[in-house]
Write a protein that binds this ligand. Structure first.
Ligand code: NDP
Length: 336
Protein backbone atom coordinates (compact mmCIF):
# COMPACT_ATOMS: atom_id res chain seq x y z
CA UNK A 1 0.00 0.00 0.00
CA UNK A 2 1.72 3.16 -1.19
CA UNK A 3 0.91 6.29 0.81
CA UNK A 4 1.78 10.00 0.81
CA UNK A 5 2.66 11.44 4.21
CA UNK A 6 2.96 15.05 5.27
CA UNK A 7 6.49 15.25 6.70
CA UNK A 8 7.02 19.00 7.18
CA UNK A 9 4.99 22.19 7.27
CA UNK A 10 5.39 24.81 4.53
CA UNK A 11 7.29 28.00 5.28
CA UNK A 12 5.53 30.24 2.74
CA UNK A 13 4.55 28.28 -0.38
CA UNK A 14 4.01 24.53 -0.09
CA UNK A 15 6.46 22.35 -2.07
CA UNK A 16 7.04 18.69 -2.88
CA UNK A 17 9.52 18.28 0.00
CA UNK A 18 6.62 18.68 2.45
CA UNK A 19 5.47 15.22 1.30
CA UNK A 20 7.02 11.74 1.25
CA UNK A 21 6.03 8.52 -0.54
CA UNK A 22 5.92 5.64 1.96
CA UNK A 23 5.23 1.90 1.46
CA UNK A 24 3.34 0.03 4.17
CA UNK A 25 1.43 -3.22 4.73
CA UNK A 26 -2.34 -3.10 5.18
CA UNK A 27 -3.18 -4.72 8.54
CA UNK A 28 -5.46 -7.81 8.63
CA UNK A 29 -9.14 -6.92 9.05
CA UNK A 30 -10.76 -6.97 12.51
CA UNK A 31 -14.46 -7.76 12.94
CA UNK A 32 -16.58 -4.92 11.46
CA UNK A 33 -13.80 -3.59 9.21
CA UNK A 34 -13.70 -3.23 5.43
CA UNK A 35 -10.70 -3.03 3.08
CA UNK A 36 -11.20 -0.51 0.28
CA UNK A 37 -9.10 -0.15 -2.87
CA UNK A 38 -9.15 3.51 -3.89
CA UNK A 39 -9.78 4.20 -7.55
CA UNK A 40 -9.68 7.99 -7.23
CA UNK A 41 -8.28 10.41 -4.69
CA UNK A 42 -9.76 13.90 -4.41
CA UNK A 43 -7.42 16.88 -4.16
CA UNK A 44 -9.07 19.92 -2.58
CA UNK A 45 -7.94 23.44 -1.69
CA UNK A 46 -8.81 22.98 2.04
CA UNK A 47 -5.89 20.56 2.33
CA UNK A 48 -3.49 23.48 2.13
CA UNK A 49 -4.97 24.96 5.34
CA UNK A 50 -4.45 21.63 7.09
CA UNK A 51 -0.75 21.65 6.24
CA UNK A 52 -0.32 24.67 8.55
CA UNK A 53 -0.10 24.55 12.29
CA UNK A 54 -2.06 27.72 13.05
CA UNK A 55 -5.73 28.27 13.78
CA UNK A 56 -8.08 27.40 10.94
CA UNK A 57 -11.56 25.97 10.60
CA UNK A 58 -10.06 22.52 10.13
CA UNK A 59 -7.69 20.68 12.46
CA UNK A 60 -4.06 20.67 11.29
CA UNK A 61 -2.94 17.49 9.55
CA UNK A 62 -0.56 15.64 11.92
CA UNK A 63 3.01 15.21 10.64
CA UNK A 64 4.32 11.79 9.54
CA UNK A 65 0.86 10.45 8.80
CA UNK A 66 -1.09 9.80 5.62
CA UNK A 67 -2.53 13.03 4.16
CA UNK A 68 -6.26 13.29 4.76
CA UNK A 69 -8.52 13.26 1.70
CA UNK A 70 -11.72 12.04 0.08
CA UNK A 71 -11.62 8.81 -1.93
CA UNK A 72 -13.89 6.65 -4.04
CA UNK A 73 -13.15 2.98 -4.50
CA UNK A 74 -14.27 -0.61 -4.27
CA UNK A 75 -14.54 -2.95 -1.32
CA UNK A 76 -12.03 -5.79 -1.80
CA UNK A 77 -12.53 -7.58 1.52
CA UNK A 78 -15.23 -7.21 4.16
CA UNK A 79 -15.85 -8.34 7.71
CA UNK A 80 -18.95 -6.18 7.91
CA UNK A 81 -22.43 -7.49 6.95
CA UNK A 82 -23.40 -4.29 5.08
CA UNK A 83 -20.50 -4.46 2.60
CA UNK A 84 -19.48 -7.08 0.07
CA UNK A 85 -16.48 -7.13 -2.28
CA UNK A 86 -17.24 -5.07 -5.38
CA UNK A 87 -19.35 -2.43 -3.61
CA UNK A 88 -18.44 1.13 -4.64
CA UNK A 89 -17.92 3.40 -1.65
CA UNK A 90 -17.01 7.02 -0.96
CA UNK A 91 -14.99 7.80 2.13
CA UNK A 92 -12.09 9.72 3.59
CA UNK A 93 -9.46 7.11 2.80
CA UNK A 94 -6.60 9.61 2.45
CA UNK A 95 -3.65 9.83 0.05
CA UNK A 96 -3.02 6.08 -0.26
CA UNK A 97 -3.95 3.14 -2.47
CA UNK A 98 -5.93 1.17 0.13
CA UNK A 99 -7.61 1.94 3.44
CA UNK A 100 -9.05 -0.13 6.27
CA UNK A 101 -12.31 1.40 7.46
CA UNK A 102 -14.60 0.71 10.40
CA UNK A 103 -17.89 -0.15 8.68
CA UNK A 104 -19.89 0.82 11.78
CA UNK A 105 -18.59 4.36 12.19
CA UNK A 106 -21.30 6.77 11.04
CA UNK A 107 -20.44 8.81 7.96
CA UNK A 108 -17.07 7.14 7.22
CA UNK A 109 -18.29 5.11 4.25
CA UNK A 110 -21.16 5.75 1.85
CA UNK A 111 -22.22 3.26 -0.82
CA UNK A 112 -22.74 4.84 -4.23
CA UNK A 113 -24.48 3.75 -7.42
CA UNK A 114 -22.11 3.91 -10.40
CA UNK A 115 -24.65 2.73 -12.99
CA UNK A 116 -25.63 6.27 -14.09
CA UNK A 117 -22.84 8.36 -12.61
CA UNK A 118 -19.11 7.61 -13.07
CA UNK A 119 -17.41 6.98 -9.69
CA UNK A 120 -15.10 10.00 -9.90
CA UNK A 121 -18.03 12.43 -9.91
CA UNK A 122 -18.83 11.37 -6.34
CA UNK A 123 -15.74 13.35 -5.32
CA UNK A 124 -16.82 16.41 -7.32
CA UNK A 125 -20.21 17.49 -8.63
CA UNK A 126 -22.08 14.73 -6.78
CA UNK A 127 -19.95 15.02 -3.66
CA UNK A 128 -18.52 17.58 -1.28
CA UNK A 129 -17.81 20.34 -3.87
CA UNK A 130 -21.30 19.99 -5.36
CA UNK A 131 -22.97 20.23 -1.96
CA UNK A 132 -20.78 23.27 -1.20
CA UNK A 133 -22.15 24.95 -4.32
CA UNK A 134 -25.70 23.99 -3.41
CA UNK A 135 -25.47 25.27 0.17
CA UNK A 136 -23.92 28.64 -0.66
CA UNK A 137 -26.30 29.26 -3.54
CA UNK A 138 -29.57 27.96 -2.13
CA UNK A 139 -29.19 28.77 1.56
CA UNK A 140 -27.12 31.97 1.51
CA UNK A 141 -27.68 33.67 -1.85
CA UNK A 142 -31.30 32.44 -2.06
CA UNK A 143 -31.61 33.34 -5.75
CA UNK A 144 -34.88 34.20 -7.44
CA UNK A 145 -35.67 33.78 -11.15
CA UNK A 146 -34.50 36.74 -13.20
CA UNK A 147 -31.78 37.77 -10.74
CA UNK A 148 -28.13 38.04 -11.76
CA UNK A 149 -25.65 35.75 -10.03
CA UNK A 150 -21.86 35.84 -10.41
CA UNK A 151 -19.35 33.17 -9.38
CA UNK A 152 -15.55 33.15 -9.30
CA UNK A 153 -13.38 30.12 -10.19
CA UNK A 154 -16.36 29.32 -12.42
CA UNK A 155 -14.70 26.45 -14.30
CA UNK A 156 -13.76 24.69 -11.04
CA UNK A 157 -15.46 21.91 -9.13
CA UNK A 158 -17.54 24.21 -6.93
CA UNK A 159 -17.98 27.13 -9.34
CA UNK A 160 -19.27 25.01 -12.23
CA UNK A 161 -21.98 23.51 -10.00
CA UNK A 162 -22.98 26.95 -8.69
CA UNK A 163 -23.66 28.13 -12.24
CA UNK A 164 -25.59 25.05 -13.32
CA UNK A 165 -27.76 25.17 -10.17
CA UNK A 166 -28.42 28.89 -10.63
CA UNK A 167 -29.44 28.39 -14.29
CA UNK A 168 -31.91 25.74 -13.07
CA UNK A 169 -33.44 28.49 -10.92
CA UNK A 170 -33.93 30.85 -13.85
CA UNK A 171 -31.08 33.26 -13.07
CA UNK A 172 -28.75 35.16 -15.35
CA UNK A 173 -25.37 33.61 -14.49
CA UNK A 174 -22.00 35.20 -15.16
CA UNK A 175 -18.79 33.32 -14.38
CA UNK A 176 -15.31 34.66 -13.76
CA UNK A 177 -12.44 32.35 -14.74
CA UNK A 178 -8.81 32.40 -15.84
CA UNK A 179 -8.18 32.12 -19.59
CA UNK A 180 -10.13 31.72 -22.84
CA UNK A 181 -10.45 27.91 -22.68
CA UNK A 182 -12.02 27.94 -19.22
CA UNK A 183 -14.37 30.77 -20.25
CA UNK A 184 -15.43 28.93 -23.42
CA UNK A 185 -16.24 25.81 -21.37
CA UNK A 186 -18.21 27.85 -18.83
CA UNK A 187 -20.29 29.53 -21.54
CA UNK A 188 -20.65 26.84 -24.18
CA UNK A 189 -20.70 23.59 -22.20
CA UNK A 190 -22.00 24.60 -18.78
CA UNK A 191 -24.54 27.06 -20.25
CA UNK A 192 -23.64 30.19 -18.27
CA UNK A 193 -24.89 33.40 -19.91
CA UNK A 194 -21.42 34.93 -19.94
CA UNK A 195 -17.92 34.46 -18.57
CA UNK A 196 -15.24 37.05 -17.88
CA UNK A 197 -11.57 36.15 -18.24
CA UNK A 198 -10.17 38.12 -15.30
CA UNK A 199 -6.63 37.84 -16.70
CA UNK A 200 -7.60 40.28 -19.44
CA UNK A 201 -8.55 42.92 -16.85
CA UNK A 202 -5.58 43.36 -14.58
CA UNK A 203 -6.88 46.22 -12.46
CA UNK A 204 -9.98 46.70 -10.36
CA UNK A 205 -11.60 49.41 -12.52
CA UNK A 206 -11.19 47.40 -15.74
CA UNK A 207 -12.67 44.29 -14.11
CA UNK A 208 -15.58 46.29 -12.69
CA UNK A 209 -16.34 47.68 -16.19
CA UNK A 210 -16.27 44.18 -17.68
CA UNK A 211 -18.74 43.12 -14.97
CA UNK A 212 -20.94 46.11 -15.73
CA UNK A 213 -21.14 45.07 -19.39
CA UNK A 214 -21.89 41.43 -18.53
CA UNK A 215 -24.39 42.29 -15.77
CA UNK A 216 -26.49 45.18 -17.13
CA UNK A 217 -28.94 44.88 -14.23
CA UNK A 218 -26.24 44.77 -11.56
CA UNK A 219 -25.41 41.78 -9.35
CA UNK A 220 -27.93 40.32 -6.89
CA UNK A 221 -25.88 37.41 -5.59
CA UNK A 222 -22.23 36.45 -5.71
CA UNK A 223 -20.48 33.17 -4.87
CA UNK A 224 -16.86 33.80 -3.90
CA UNK A 225 -14.20 31.13 -4.31
CA UNK A 226 -11.03 33.13 -4.78
CA UNK A 227 -10.76 36.35 -2.73
CA UNK A 228 -8.97 39.48 -3.81
CA UNK A 229 -9.67 41.75 -6.74
CA UNK A 230 -12.68 39.87 -8.13
CA UNK A 231 -14.62 40.28 -4.90
CA UNK A 232 -13.81 44.01 -4.77
CA UNK A 233 -14.97 44.44 -8.38
CA UNK A 234 -18.22 42.57 -7.66
CA UNK A 235 -18.87 44.85 -4.71
CA UNK A 236 -18.62 47.88 -6.98
CA UNK A 237 -21.38 46.42 -9.19
CA UNK A 238 -23.60 44.89 -6.47
CA UNK A 239 -27.27 45.85 -6.16
CA UNK A 240 -28.94 46.92 -2.93
CA UNK A 241 -29.61 43.96 -0.60
CA UNK A 242 -27.33 41.66 -2.56
CA UNK A 243 -25.91 38.54 -0.89
CA UNK A 244 -22.42 37.08 -1.01
CA UNK A 245 -21.68 33.45 -0.11
CA UNK A 246 -18.07 33.52 1.07
CA UNK A 247 -16.97 29.99 0.26
CA UNK A 248 -13.22 30.18 -0.27
CA UNK A 249 -10.27 32.53 -0.73
CA UNK A 250 -7.87 30.27 -2.58
CA UNK A 251 -5.76 33.20 -3.81
CA UNK A 252 -4.41 33.56 -0.26
CA UNK A 253 -4.04 29.89 0.82
CA UNK A 254 -0.40 29.51 -0.12
CA UNK A 255 0.75 32.51 1.89
CA UNK A 256 0.00 35.35 -0.57
CA UNK A 257 -1.47 38.58 0.86
CA UNK A 258 -5.08 39.38 -0.15
CA UNK A 259 -6.25 42.94 -0.81
CA UNK A 260 -8.53 44.40 1.87
CA UNK A 261 -12.23 44.77 1.19
CA UNK A 262 -13.64 48.23 1.55
CA UNK A 263 -16.37 47.90 4.21
CA UNK A 264 -18.03 51.13 3.02
CA UNK A 265 -19.17 49.19 -0.06
CA UNK A 266 -20.98 46.69 2.17
CA UNK A 267 -22.90 49.54 3.75
CA UNK A 268 -23.66 51.35 0.50
CA UNK A 269 -25.22 48.24 -1.02
CA UNK A 270 -26.70 46.96 2.29
CA UNK A 271 -25.04 43.70 1.40
CA UNK A 272 -25.10 40.50 3.43
CA UNK A 273 -21.83 38.53 3.33
CA UNK A 274 -21.82 35.10 4.95
CA UNK A 275 -19.04 32.56 5.28
CA UNK A 276 -19.83 28.86 5.67
CA UNK A 277 -18.25 25.42 5.95
CA UNK A 278 -20.15 22.69 4.12
CA UNK A 279 -19.35 19.95 6.66
CA UNK A 280 -21.26 21.91 9.31
CA UNK A 281 -24.51 21.59 7.33
CA UNK A 282 -24.95 17.84 7.00
CA UNK A 283 -28.75 18.35 7.08
CA UNK A 284 -28.77 19.64 3.48
CA UNK A 285 -26.58 16.89 1.98
CA UNK A 286 -29.39 14.46 1.02
CA UNK A 287 -31.45 17.15 -0.73
CA UNK A 288 -28.43 18.68 -2.43
CA UNK A 289 -27.05 15.32 -3.58
CA UNK A 290 -30.46 14.29 -4.94
CA UNK A 291 -30.62 17.38 -7.18
CA UNK A 292 -26.96 17.10 -8.25
CA UNK A 293 -27.29 13.34 -9.02
CA UNK A 294 -30.27 14.05 -11.22
CA UNK A 295 -28.45 16.81 -13.12
CA UNK A 296 -25.31 14.72 -13.68
CA UNK A 297 -27.11 11.39 -14.21
CA UNK A 298 -29.37 12.91 -16.88
CA UNK A 299 -26.41 14.48 -18.69
CA UNK A 300 -27.62 18.05 -18.16
CA UNK A 301 -24.48 18.79 -16.14
CA UNK A 302 -21.23 17.41 -17.54
CA UNK A 303 -18.54 18.17 -14.96
CA UNK A 304 -14.98 18.47 -16.15
CA UNK A 305 -12.02 16.82 -14.46
CA UNK A 306 -8.23 17.09 -14.43
CA UNK A 307 -6.78 13.67 -13.69
CA UNK A 308 -3.23 12.90 -12.50
CA UNK A 309 -2.07 9.26 -12.57
CA UNK A 310 -0.61 7.24 -9.70
CA UNK A 311 -0.30 8.06 -6.01
CA UNK A 312 3.22 9.41 -6.55
CA UNK A 313 1.75 12.22 -8.69
CA UNK A 314 -0.49 13.55 -5.88
CA UNK A 315 1.89 16.17 -4.40
CA UNK A 316 2.66 17.80 -7.79
CA UNK A 317 -1.01 17.73 -8.79
CA UNK A 318 -1.96 19.33 -5.48
CA UNK A 319 0.60 22.12 -5.89
CA UNK A 320 -0.81 22.67 -9.41
CA UNK A 321 -4.32 23.07 -7.95
CA UNK A 322 -3.01 25.77 -5.62
CA UNK A 323 -1.63 27.59 -8.69
CA UNK A 324 -4.91 27.28 -10.63
CA UNK A 325 -3.44 24.82 -13.19
CA UNK A 326 -6.42 22.46 -12.87
CA UNK A 327 -9.38 22.72 -15.21
CA UNK A 328 -12.37 21.30 -13.31
CA UNK A 329 -12.23 18.86 -10.41
CA UNK A 330 -8.66 17.77 -9.60
CA UNK A 331 -8.34 14.01 -9.08
CA UNK A 332 -5.64 11.36 -8.87
CA UNK A 333 -6.48 8.07 -10.60
CA UNK A 334 -5.01 5.12 -8.75
CA UNK A 335 -6.33 2.12 -10.71
CA UNK A 336 -5.97 1.82 -14.49
P1 NDP B 1 -11.33 24.58 -8.14
O1 NDP B 1 -11.59 23.33 -8.89
O2 NDP B 1 -12.18 25.76 -8.41
O3 NDP B 1 -9.81 24.95 -8.33
C1 NDP B 1 -9.29 26.16 -7.86
C2 NDP B 1 -9.40 27.28 -8.93
O4 NDP B 1 -9.28 28.53 -8.31
C3 NDP B 1 -8.29 27.27 -9.92
O5 NDP B 1 -8.44 26.35 -10.97
C4 NDP B 1 -8.29 28.69 -10.43
O6 NDP B 1 -9.17 28.84 -11.53
C5 NDP B 1 -8.91 29.48 -9.28
N1 NDP B 1 -8.00 30.52 -8.79
C6 NDP B 1 -8.19 31.84 -8.89
N2 NDP B 1 -7.20 32.52 -8.37
C7 NDP B 1 -6.33 31.63 -7.91
C8 NDP B 1 -5.08 31.77 -7.28
N3 NDP B 1 -4.52 32.94 -6.99
N4 NDP B 1 -4.45 30.65 -6.96
C9 NDP B 1 -4.98 29.46 -7.25
N5 NDP B 1 -6.18 29.28 -7.84
C10 NDP B 1 -6.84 30.37 -8.17
O7 NDP B 1 -11.40 24.25 -6.58
P2 NDP B 1 -12.73 23.86 -5.78
O8 NDP B 1 -13.88 24.04 -6.64
O9 NDP B 1 -12.49 22.57 -5.12
O10 NDP B 1 -12.76 24.97 -4.62
C11 NDP B 1 -13.13 26.30 -4.94
C12 NDP B 1 -13.15 27.13 -3.66
O11 NDP B 1 -14.14 26.63 -2.77
C13 NDP B 1 -11.83 27.09 -2.88
O12 NDP B 1 -11.55 28.39 -2.41
C14 NDP B 1 -12.13 26.16 -1.74
O13 NDP B 1 -11.33 26.40 -0.61
C15 NDP B 1 -13.59 26.47 -1.49
N6 NDP B 1 -14.33 25.42 -0.78
C16 NDP B 1 -14.96 25.77 0.37
C17 NDP B 1 -15.73 24.87 1.06
C18 NDP B 1 -16.47 25.32 2.27
O14 NDP B 1 -17.05 24.49 2.96
N7 NDP B 1 -16.49 26.60 2.56
C19 NDP B 1 -15.82 23.46 0.62
C20 NDP B 1 -15.15 23.21 -0.65
C21 NDP B 1 -14.42 24.16 -1.31
P3 NDP B 1 -8.99 30.04 -12.57
O15 NDP B 1 -7.91 29.58 -13.50
O16 NDP B 1 -10.31 30.17 -13.19
O17 NDP B 1 -8.57 31.25 -11.80
Amino acid sequence: NRQIWLVSRPQGEANVDNFRLVESETPPLAEGQVLVRHHYLSLDPYMRGRMNEGKSYAEPQPLNQVMIGGTVGQVVESRHPRYVPGDWVVGMGGWQEYSVVDGNAAGLLRKVDVSRIPPSHYLGAVGMPGVTAWYGLVKIIEPRAGQTITVSAAAGAVGSAVGVLAKQRGCRVVGIAGGPDKCAYVRDELGFDDCIDYRQYPDLRALASALKAACPNGIDGHFENVGGTVLDAVMLRANAFSRVALCGMIAGYDGQPLPMLNPALILISRMRIEGFIVSEHMEVWPQALAELSELVGSGRFRPRETVAHGIESAPEAFLGLLKGRNFGKQLVKLVD
